[in-house]
Design a protein around this ligand. Structure first.
Ligand code: PGA
Length: 246
C-alpha cells in the first residue's frame, strides 16, 4: 500500500515542517506500507531537515526536466531532486499536461530522466470528462501507458497513478466499479507489454478523502492513493493511510 500526498502549490516552510513532523511521528508507530509526500521544490530541503535521518516518510518532487543540467531557466532536474534527498518524482500530472503542454513524449522523456537519476517516477495518467463521456477512457489510458512509459522499464522502475481529470479537486470521486475496471485494464495493458509488469503498483487519485478511502483502497488492483487536497493536513492524510490498513 502506497499513500502519496501531492501538495501542489500549497504550504509555506513552517506549515510543511509541522506537517511532516506529524506524519513522521505517526509512521514511527508502524505502518505496513509506504508514505510519500511531494512538496513544492523550494520546500524540499526544509522538509528533509525537519525529518529524522531514520524517517520512514519518503519525499518526492512534483516534476522534473528531461535533462539533468543545462540552460533551462526555471526548471529542476531529476538529478537535483535526487541530490536534495528525494526518492520519487511525479511525471505527467494532468495539471502539467493541461497547463504546461506536456505530451506523452515529454512525459516519457521525464520518466527516463527520473530513473536515470535514481528516482522512482510516478507516471500520472487519466482521461478527461469528455473522453469518459464519449466512451474512450480505456483507449486514452492505453495510449498514455504505451506512449508515456519507456518500453525498457521494469515493474519496480516506476509507479502509475490513475487520476481521472474530472475527479481531481472536484469532490467528485469515480464510481468504485469504474475505478476497479480501469485499474484492471491498466494491469492488463502492462501485462501485455511484459508479464512481469503485472506487479507494477497502480495508485488511484482524484478526490480521495478519509470518508471514501477505505472503499477505494479496498478495491482489487488498487495499490494505493495519490491524494491532493486531503494531504495538506496531517489528520486527514493519516486517516486515509489508516483506512488503507484494513
Ligand atoms: P485531489 O488531487 O485529491 O485534490 O483531487 C489529486 C491529484 O491531483 O493528485
Amino acid at each position: 500500500m502506497i499513500i502519496a500526498g501531492n501538495w501542489k502549490m500549497n504550504l509555506f516552510g513552517d506549515e510543511a515542517a509541522a506537517l511532516v513532523h506529524d506524519l513522521d511521528r505517526w509512521l514511527d508507530d508502524g505502518f505496513d506500507g509506504s508514505m510519500i509526500v511531494f512538496p513544492p521544490a523550494v520546500l524540499i530541503p526544509g522538509v528533509i531537515n525537519a525529518l529524522d535521518k531514520t524517517t520512514l516518510l519518503q519525499i518526492g518532487g512534483q516534476d522534473c526536466h528531461a535533462e539533468q543540467t543545462g540552460a533551462h531557466t526555471g526548471d529542476i532536474s531529476a538529478a537535483m531532486l535526487a541530490d536534495a534527498g528525494c526518492r520519487h518524482v511525479l511525471v505527467g500530472h494532468s495539471e502539467r499536461r493541461q497547463h504546461h503542454g506536456e505530451t506523452d513524449a515529454i512525459v516519457q522523456a521525464k520518466a527516463k530522466a527520473a530513473l536515470q537519476a535514481g528516482l522512482n517516477p510516478m507516471v500520472c495518467i487519466g482521461e478527461d470528462l469528455s473522453e469518459r463521456e464519449a466512451g474512450s477512457a480505456f483507449d486514452v489510458v492505453t495510449r498514455q501507458i504505451n506512449e508515456s512509459i519507456p518500453s525498457q522499464f521494469g515493474c519496480s522502475d516506476f509507479t502509475i497513478a490513475y487520476e481521472p481529470l474530472w475527479a481531481i479537486g472536484t469532490g467528485r470521486v469515480a464510481d468504485p466499479d469504474d475505478i476497479a475496471a480501469m485499474h484492471q485494464h491498466i494491469r492488463t495493458v502492462l501485462k501485455e507489454r511484459h508479464e512481469s509488469l503485472a506487479e507494477t503498483a497502480i495508485l488511484y487519485g482524484g478526490s480521495v478523502k478519509s470518508d471514501n478511502a477505505a472503499a477505494i483502497l479496498g478495491l482489487d488492483d488498487v495499490d494505493g492513493a495519490l491524494v491532493g487536497g486531503a494531504s495538506l493536513r496531517a489528520e486527514d492524510f493519516i486517516a486515509i493511510a489508516s483506512a488503507g490498513r484494513g
